[in-house]
Design a protein around this ligand. Structure first.
Ligand code: ATP
Length: 243
């Protein structure tokens, strides 16, 4: 049984349908990369999965339970955690307090202050520092560590490399690889196609709110993904014969 099953999901802003009839499955332990150009609907889809944005149609089934109408905190309680774009830390609070607050109503599981610091050792010397004083990479590490403190069964990550230096991105992805090796289920929105494809086991390419292409990473060529990313596959199909 899929850990996460999305069927005919729609979400938007007023008349704008940002996510149109999206369906896919995510298995336990899978690393699902959601890729697509700016405005394709990736963030809206991720926020709808987290319960931060309401679905206007369709269903989200998590571990066999329909959670479409559940609010975000209830979803966290079931094991869905999101690392939002822009980190959204409590900037005046220490790193430790940011982590402890998230852990206050955590599910039972392997993650606690000690184990997240093992996964993100760069945070150890920064525990007492206000989150707002950290570098971008350290803030991103804190944001992921904070989500882990809830002991999620699936972690939703939105643009974790955005605005970071290449070295900081390397470090964040190194820690992410540790989570992947431990079997954590990830849904990853990532603009950096190379990064996304390096870690993904499954790829969904979004275009104008819908899914232009999806499949196992090892069955999709980079060229096919790039074409779907820019909508070229559809244009090629629609183009009239020239002879
Ligand atoms: P990006 O990589 O730029 O974040 P995305 O693929 O994550 O893009 P979304 O941010 O989900 O795409 O946006 C999908 C569509 O919804 C776009 O047309 C965008 O302009 C619109 N949109 C996003 N947020 C809002 C909002 N708060 N109010 C109105 N329209 C919005």
């Amino acid at each position: 049984m899929s850990l996460l099953r999305i069927e005919g999901l729609q979400a938007g802003y007023g008349l704008l349908k940002a996510v149109r009839s999206v369906s896919f499955d995510c298995e336990q332990g899978q690393v699902l990369a959601l890729v697509g150009a700016n405005g394709a609907g990736k963030t809206t889809l991720l926020r709808t999965l987290a319960g931060a944005h309401a679905a206007s149609a369709g269903s989200i089934v998590f571990d066999g339970h329909d959670i479409t109408a559940l609010r975000a905190p209830r979803r966290v309680g079931l094991g869905i955690a999101m690392v939002p774009e822009g980190r959204r830390l409590f900037s005046g609070m220490s790193v430790e307090d940011n982590l402890r607050v998230a852990g206050m109503r955590a599910r039972k599981g392997p993650w606690n202050l000690e184990s997240v610091l093992e996964a993100f050792p760069q945070l150890k010397p920064k525990l007492k520092a206000a989150a707002g004083t950290l570098s971008g990479g350290q803030q991103q590490a804190t944001s992921i560590a904070r989500a882990l403190m809830t002991n999620p069964r699936v972690l939703l990550l939105d643009e974790i490399s955005l605005g970071l230096s290449p070295i900081a991105v390397d470090q964040v992805y190194q820690s992410l690889q540790g989570l992947i090796d431990a079997g954590t289920t990830l849904v990853l929105v990532e603009q950096d196609l190379t990064r996304a494809l390096a870690v993904a086991t499954r790829v969904i390419c979004m275009l104008e709110g819908g899914i232009a292409l999806q499949g196992r990473r090892d069955e999709l060529s980079r060229e096919a993904i790039t074409q779907a990313y820019f909508g070229l596959a559809r244009q090629a199909q629609a183009a009239p014969a020239t002879h």
